[in-house]
Write a protein that binds this ligand. Structure first.
Ligand SMILES: O=C(O)CCC(=O)C(=O)O
Ligand SMILES: [Fe+2]
Length: 336
């Protein structure tokens, strides 16, 4: 299975026929693998390179400086700096499939998440401006760029799925997303094969779609939806390539016409034949598109038909997101 690499600019610049082909290809890729890749998505290459540069700068700050932006210990969305091993994504492995995991594999990564600007309920804790001047303004501007692409992709999905204009995008227009920079420090192959740690354990993302940029180290893999249990490596030929994966929100809204993509970050494919060796540090940047707060995650009426749904519970978006995020930050006494 190869992921389609599609030209997003055709949506605004293409002929009606080219647009139609784009809608069909997006649907084909998302419905068969939960993933699609885009070029010409509108965020300039230089800005993406700059985002990687800012990420490196942030992660080379001292722990004391990063701690000023530490993840708050209260219920809510992901905000601020989470140190290496703090988030345990293995605690949410299998949740969307209705399987619960009892293992607590440590993720060997650190991350920094920002939410909407001036969020009065869940503000983002920032590092001191004097420690990393202009970091905040750059990251907020990159957040806005990603929000625009998120809206564009939802509009395309509306067309692909035969929905009314605005049907998906109006549920997300407030911009309730998170932008995450993640740093995976160098790690021994043996540590991962021991089964105790991972770069990031397999999981699905909770939101609508995730927009992901990765450096050239590799290791990102997606589960083959036709052959569960087997994983396919996802390469990017440049950091500008945008990888888009379907999240739980769209799985629920579409009543599984689209299914969220189960993915993980592990040993890069070019090192998988080795029993020993050091995997280089890796940086990725992900924008986690989400529904506005207080939106029902029941299937949309357009997808209600045929044989009911697994997702008829009355859960609302923020409650679902918070519940899942909190599971991945278990209190030490809850770890198994
Ligand atoms: O680092 C990556 O490539 C993926 C990260 C990821 O899946 C996540 O943070 O949800
Ligand atoms: Fe993810």
């Amino acid at each position: 299975m190869e992921l389609s690499l599609l030209d997003l600019s055709l949506y605004t610049n293409g002929s009606p026929n080219e647009c139609q082909i784009l809608f069909e290809q997006v649907l084909l890729s998302c419905a068969s693998s939960g993933f699609v890749k885009f070029v010409n998505h509108g965020i300039p290459d230089e800005k993406i390179s700059e985002a990687f540069e800012w990420s490196r700068r942030f992660f080379t700050l001292s722990d004391a400086a990063k701690s000023k932006a530490a993840r708050p210990s209260r219920l809510g969305p992901n905000r601020g700096w989470a140190s290496i091993g703090q988030e345990k994504i293995s605690k949410i492995t299998g949740v969307i499939k209705g399987e619960t995991s009892s293992v607590a594999i440590e993720d060997m990564k650190e991350s920094f998440d920002l939410g909407p600007h001036d969020d009065p309920i869940f503000p983002t804790p920032w590092p001191a401006e004097s420690d990393i001047p202009y970091f905040k303004s750059f990251m907020q501007s990159f957040y806005d760029d990603c929000h625009e692409v998120h809206m564009l992709i939802l509009q395309i999905l509306e067309k692909s799925l035969g929905l009314e204009k605005g049907r998906l995008s109006s549920l997300c227009g407030d911009g309730n997303a998170e932008l995450r920079i993640a740093h995976y420090p160098p790690i021994e192959i043996r540590s991962i094969t021991s089964g105790k740690v991972m770069r990031i354990a397999e999981h699905t993302d909770v939101g609508t779609v995730t927009l992901l940029f990765q450096d050239s180290v590799g290791g990102l893999e997606v589960e083959n939806q036709k052959r569960p249990g087997t994983f396919i490596p996802i390469h990017s030929s440049s950091t500008s390539e945008m990888i888009v994966n379907i999240g739980d929100t769209l799985q629920r809204w579409t009543n599984e016409v689209l299914c969220s993509a189960n993915h993980r970050v592990t040993i890069p494919v070019n090192m998988q034949h080795l029993s020993d060796g050091l995997i280089s540090a890796r940086i990725s940047i992900g924008y986690f598109g989400k529904a506005n707060r207080d939106i029902s995650l029941r299937p949309l009426t357009e997808f209600e038909g045929n044989g009911g749904s697994r997702f008829n519970d009355e859960i609302q978006s923020q409650d679902y997101y918070t519940g899942i995020h909190e599971r991945s930050y278990p209190a030490p006494e809850l770890l198994t």
